[in-house]
Design a protein around this ligand. Structure first.
Ligand code: GCU
Length: 427
């Protein structure tokens, strides 16, 4: 009787918890229960031939893999809009120690869609600085307490702790996520810091793709094809438009821009770097399923579950692989491989088992043959390093102690990795 009552209470507790907190119980967290799987070989083309040199990778296999990710995972995005226009909203002395200038720029994509890019430039004698570009979850005001950061005008996820109701920022969002952004450290090391609220590009809910860039660029009145872009595709497209802006900002060296993202925005950073080769370096922080984690391991979050809970993130075709992930013509190591030979860094957290830390490590490791074919080093370690230790070649990896988050330790490793690759070859 007692046991039955406890069971019922457990069921009720499960129902009142948010989906993300409740789901893991039904999922595999046992390494010995990971199914046997065979990964598609990133160097073997669809016709069975193996690419043997950089030219074969560039002209045959890379375009083929990119196309597979477009068709089966993230969907197809439109070309850069011809109407792209940049408007300087504000420029001034920043409330960020060590930064020389704060610049806020509105990037107009269409008559009714625009992104507000916040840029902090470092104090430097260089003509143009390398930069970090990242999307944020709760508006530009959330990244720092600087009182001059303009509030977001677009949708954001409700968050009672941050005082966000009805999807609008409030005063409480100012600086609310500052702990995730090592802006002082970034500018002190000579990098510009650039960020945009992801809700400016596409609101993050299953809304039938009516708003954001989908509403502006999708053909109206037509049924959505199963390879139409989802929200990750949209956010990645937005990052490329930020790079379009940075290309014409003389204070930033657009050939040395690192794109970084956490969680769903880590998935986005990987896809942005894969499809847009102008990004010089890519950082995935705790990106998990649909990001750096290998789908075929089915450890933690699975393809079936991510499509069920976040159907708008991917293209319609991705859904078919939930029940049979082995039919996917790609796995996520091929997403990392698309970044080669540019540097890519994958980071996990020990308690973030939902994102499958080992599967994230293995994606980077299995991308290595492509890096080596292109004459770059891979990941100088066969097994994940001890917690908090960073291994760095042209691929980098660490698993931080702790939960799903971005911390100072993560940034310390990212900055060292960027120094190694972006500062070694200044223009
Ligand atoms: C959920 C989702 C993950 C995602 C994360 C986030 O946990 O299942 O795939 O990475 O949200 O973006 O916060």
């Amino acid at each position: 009787m007692q046991a039955k009552r406890f069971r019922r209470l457990a069921v009720i507790a499960a129902l009142v918890q948010p989906a993300s907190a409740r789901a893991p119980r039904q999922f595999n967290y046992d390494e010995s229960a990971v199914p046997a799987y065979e990964l598609p070989d990133p160097l073997v083309c669809a016709d069975g031939s193996r690419v043997k040199d950089a030219a074969g990778w560039r002209t045959r296999r890379r375009p083929e893999i990119l196309e597979l990710f477009r068709e089966h995972v993230y969907g197809r995005a439109p070309a850069a809009p011809s109407e792209l226009r940049f408007e300087l909203l504000e420029e001034g002395e920043p409330g960020v120690e060590g930064s020389a200038v704060r610049r806020q720029v509105r990037i107009h994509l269409a008559s009714d869609v625009s992104l507000d890019l916040l840029v902090y430039l470092p104090r430097t004698t260089a003509d143009a600085s390398p930069a970090f570009l990242a999307l944020n979850f709760y508006g530009n005001t959330s990244v720092h307490r600087d009182p001059e950061i303009l509030p977001s005008r677009s949708w954001m996820g409700d968050n009672a702790d941050l005082g966000i109701v009805d999807h609008r920022a409030t005063a409480a969002t100012r600086g609310a996520r500052a702990h995730r952004w090592a802006i002082e450290e970034i500018v002190a090391r000579g990098y510009a810091f650039c960020t945009v609220h992801y809700g400016d590009i596409d609101p993050d809910h299953d809304d039938g793709f009516q708003n954001g860039v989908h509403g502006a660029f999708d053909p109206s009145g037509e049924e959505r094809p199963p390879d139409a872009w989802g929200s990750i595709g949209a956010w990645a497209f937005g990052l490329s438009r930020c790079l379009d802006y940075l290309e014409q900002d003389d204070d930033v060296d657009a050939e040395r821009v690192a794109v970084m993202g956490h969680s769903r925005l880590g998935k986005t950073a990987l896809w942005a770097g894969a499809r847009d080769e102008r990004f010089a370096l890519v950082i995935s922080n705790n990106s998990g399923c649909g990001g750096a984690a290998l789908s075929r391991r089915e450890f933690g979050e699975t393809v079936a579950r991510i499509n069920e809970v976040f159907p708008h993130w991917f293209c319609g075709n991705f859904r078919a692989y939930g029940p049979n992930v082995n039919r996917l013509p790609v796995d996520q190591h091929m997403l990392v491989a698309l970044i080669a030979p540019r540097p890519a860094y994958v980071a996990s957290a020990t308690q973030d088992r939902w994102a499958d830390p080992r599967g994230e490590f293995l994606s980077a490791k299995h991308a290595q043959p492509v890096y080596e074919l292109l004459g770059a080093s891979g990941l100088p370690m066969g097994e994940p390093p001890s917690p908090n230790v960073s291994v760095q070649g042209t691929l980098g990896y660490h698993v931080r102690e702790g939960k799903h988050d971005v911390t100072e330790l993560d940034w310390a490793h990212y900055l060292d990795f960027a120094d190694r690759h972006l500062l070694a070859t200044p223009k």
